[in-house]
Design a protein around this ligand. Structure first.
Ligand SMILES: *Cc1c(COP(=O)(O)O)cnc(C)c1O
Length: 409
């Protein structure tokens, strides 16, 4: 099968210094992008420039460095706003990542939920989109219900329809499953949930590397993601929230930057977005996140999606020809994630041998134990591709996998 390349991948790969390194004497093949993506030189340069030239605390200094850092940080917020098409810049809250954004919202809803209220979460979630809601339900007496999935790894929408009622206050679903790659029909879920007045939070940690969400077109209430999965650094991410919702939620953390006025009798909170950005933020991270968004947009999300889809089909076809391989997650709409097992060989054993051959894959439950329980397996081997991966890498991976299977059977 010939790939019709829509991207100049060899040129793109030159942007990623890490792709030149060797692991165990073999050229690195990095197929663990769903856990974290690699960082291009353009983003690394922005980080070096920040610490070399204008590192300062923001929003409070009158001096030049502080103003330059503040400008760059707020510029990054505007970039993020434009990228996600938020109506207002102050609807973009910089967080430390997806997990932080989810916890911020879950914590805020503590004061808005009561016993008898219902919270829906999908069966396809990452632990970070399950545990905070369980904690929220424990605090408030609300009930957590689960939108079911089927054998293909798709959500069962009729099951969702049945669960929705007047008591439903919140719905949480990921845009794309990190364990299986399923693209969930969030448009439908958001529209239906809104018919019952429920708010929807979408975990976009896996979608943002592969597509460009439009939060206004989606009419989503909250959308969260992490920069480190979109070619940015760790420790930074964003929470988009509709202005009305963000105004309704109480602050998550108290501290500097989030207040308007403080006396020992009473403190009034700052306006959005500062109300939710207590303390010194990850200034450099925010600026680098903006640079990562620029980098990905320069390549173009339509090109990225098309190219990654070709990689997905190519690898899926090859894998299916290997005896004993079973792929989990065969949704019609999926991104470049393949979760699989080989006969009854433990995924960890295959992962270890692949590592010896320089190939980075993920093995285990992928922070999604309920999905593994559904399939009654302890875990899978997961390969996840980004636009800088190649068909040649997949060929090496397939040959190495065959060797590993021979060694283990
Ligand atoms: C990675 C991931 C998370 C957690 O992101 P952090 O950056 O670790 O906070 C949550 N949900 C999904 C679907 C993910 O892929």
């Amino acid at each position: 099968m010939e790939l019709k390349l829509v991207l100049d991948v060899q040129k793109i790969r030159k942007d990623f210094p890490i792709l030149n390194r060797k692991v165990n004497g073999k050229p690195l093949i990095y197929f663990d992008n769903a856990a974290t993506s690699q960082t291009p030189q353009q983003v690394i340069d922005v980080i070096v420039d920040y610490y070399s030239n204008y590192n300062a605390n923001i929003h409070r200094g009158v001096h030049a460095l502080s103003q330059e850092a503040t400008d760059a940080y707020e510029q990054a917020r505007l970039k993020t706003q434009a990228h996600f098409n938020a109506k207002h810049a102050h609807e973009i809250i910089f967080t430390s990542g997806t997990t932080h954004g989810i916890n911020l919202v879950a914590n805020g809803f503590s004061s808005l939920l009561k016993e008898g209220d219902e919270v829906l979460v999908s069966a396809l979630e990452h632990h970070s989109n399950i545990v905070p809601w369980q904690m929220l339900c424990e605090r408030t007496g609300a009930t957590l219900k689960v939108i079911p999935m089927n054998d293909n790894g798709e959500l069962v929408l009729s099951g969702f329809d049945v669960l929705l009622n007047e008591n439903t206050k919140l719905v949480f679903v990921n845009h794309i499953s990190n364990a299986l790659g399923t693209i969930n029909p969030i448009e439908y879920i958001i529209e239906k949930a809104h018919e019952y007045g429920a708010a929807v939070l979408v975990d976009g940690a896996q979608s943002c590397p592969h597509l460009k969400p439009d939060v206004q077109a989606l009419d989503v209430d909250f959308y969260v993601c992490s920069a480190h999965k979109v070619c940015g650094p760790t420790g930074i991410g964003m929470l988009y929230g509709k202005q009305d919702w963000l105004n309704k939620l109480p602050p998550y953390q108290g501290g500097g930057e989030m207040i308007a006025e403080v006396t020992f009798e009473k403190t009034t909170y700052a306006d959005l977005p500062h109300k939710f950005e207590a303390g010194t933020p990850n200034v450099c991270g925010g600026i680098a996140f903006g640079a990562a968004i620029d980098y990905m947009n320069a390549i173009g999300f339509a090109n990225i999606a098309q190219y990654e889809q070709e990689l997905l089909e190519y690898a899926t076809n090859q894998l299916q020809q290997i005896e004993g391989v079973k792929i989990y997650g065969t949704a019609k709409n999926k991104t470049s994630v393949i979760s699989f097992n080989v006969s009854d060989i433990h995924p960890y054993d295959i992962g270890t041998i692949l590592d010896k051959m320089g190939i980075a894959v993920r093995t285990g439950h992928h922070c999604a134990q309920p999905i593994m329980d559904f399939y009654q397996i302890p875990g899978t081997i997961r390969t996840s591709f980004m636009f800088y991966n190649t068909k040649e890498e997949i060929d090496v991976f397939i040959a190495s996998l065959k060797k590993a299977i021979m060694m283990l059977s």
